[in-house]
Design a protein around this ligand. Sequence first.
Ligand code: FAD
Length: 551
Amino acid sequence: MSENFGAGFDTHVVSNQPPPLENYNLYTSHLALREAVTREGAGWADAEIAAAGAEIGTTEWFARGVAANRHPPELRRFDRFGNPLDTFEFHPAWHDCLGWLKGHGVDTGAWADPVPGAHVRRAALFQLFAEIEPGALCPTTMTYGAVPAVSREPDLAAEWLPRLLSPRYDARFLPAAQKTGAMMGMGMTEKQGGSDVRANTTRAEPVGDGSYRLVGHKWFFSASMSDAFLVTAQAPGGLSCFFLPRFTPDGRINPIRHQRAKDKLGDRSNAGAEVEFQGTLARRVGEEGRGIPTVIEMATYTRLDCANGTTGLMRAAVAQALHHASHRKAFGARLIEQPLMRNVLADLALELEAAVALSMRVARCFDRQDDEAEQILRRLLTPIAKYWICKRGANVAVEAMEVLGGNGYVEESPMPRLYRQMPLNSIWEGSGNIMCLDVLRAIARTPNALDVLAAELAPALGRNPGFDRFVSRLKDAFSRPDGMEVVARRLVEQLALALQASLLIRFAPEPVATAFCASRLDGDWGNAFGTLPGGSDFEGILSRAWPERVG
Ligand SMILES: Cc1cc2nc3c(=O)[nH]c(=O)nc-3n(C[C@H](O)[C@H](O)[C@H](O)COP(=O)(O)OP(=O)(O)OC[C@H]3O[C@@H](n4cnc5c(N)ncnc54)[C@H](O)[C@@H]3O)c2cc1C
């Protein structure tokens, strides 16, 4: 009976299913990113990034990303004796991820070794790691963004910078002085207001020795296992920024009472909590009443990383789609050979090319902090890139998922995790509308802002008539400053498209730039991916995008 039963199963032959996409170099196979790294000033890091791309493209690293999300962190409010702990326990894979990120300086390497191109190098590593495990990038970017604020306060900097700049990840729940490296989080959002930080009600009472006691709450407090946080609270002189260590100087746990863990749509590997401050000890950073500029400086860096992270997620989604389509057959031919599928894939690949070009261009602004024009561009391009790239991410994920058919919709596939992760970068650190209003504010308040933008676009003029017309219409739109708020999304989208097109015209192969301009700028496009003009050079676009390129 059992023999017959087993023999019956010999007829079960699995065919026409692709192998898993792993054990390939995430970087050398990603021509758009590799070219951008060199173009934007970090060519010196090419070999190092290539080694990183080979390492994290392995089966083992993909498995770590899966494990960290399949086994999300568990909130431990108390120890077994009833003492408050207020921390999370993580799967070992999470620690492996943070160990890799800190070890490669993806958090603070650009501050520890500020050579030209250092921010571009870390942006590339950030994008690559997003393909493996984006949750761990949350504390990574918050630590990156916290360094400039911490550096402003000499005492704080002397004590904390060595730990923050350390390449050693130390997961132990101990006072930072006893650890080999430290990481940071931040807390602004409260129940009654997130975008409008001025609505914060958390109070900061001066203790008398220069420190403060915080009483209040934070509604979203990510990576709450971090060693310290930048938080906002109302001091006597107005809304201010505070440095809040996990342990007080006498070695006790600083009371950051965890009320609940956040049960999130995605980002499951990362710990997020609702916390209460019950006389929590903190030090002020910056002047009293100047909390918003201080935290916004941090947010400039994390907003760059929202664009970087989403670009990495896009790459992962597009790579999966291309891989599947190159193996799977339907109606007698591989999907990649089917004309309509080629249109879908090429359209997705274009979106990725544009996201890479823009995000890496913005990263270069962060390397050129002594150049006035680059700083104006940084102010403008960061919210533009965050808005547009993050908005496009979810669309890319859903279309890439459909390329895999039903396989894309099951939890064993990487696609659901990519899909669930996508909206987050659009929501946090300034949701879509807030980013668009920020762009308008930056343009209004920055002398020469439009001139600097025009100068950035100018080198691409005269090479694509659709681009020239688009830029001319854009200039007209900005010549009528009244009533801009209601159309802020439209304007910022157009700015983003113009910037992306200018970069592709100047630096990408002609088939990429031509199809991008025809579809995104010149109206020869539909409302879904896969609607590029029929005469597009699909082979020219797709030949750059294959994930399994031997590099
Ligand atoms: C997974 C996750 C992790 C997070 N981690 C952190 C963290 O670590 N620290 C932290 O401080 N916060 C964190 N946040 C919170 C996040 O930054 C906020 O949710 C976000 O800034 C929006 O604030 P809100 O939720 O209060 O929404 P609201 O501010 O109420 O906004 C709701 C909507 O209204 C729009 N809106 C607001 N004002 C205007 C306006 N004037 N005109 C037009 N539209 C407007 C916004 O764009 C948004 O779409 C996290 C959020 C998530 C989802």
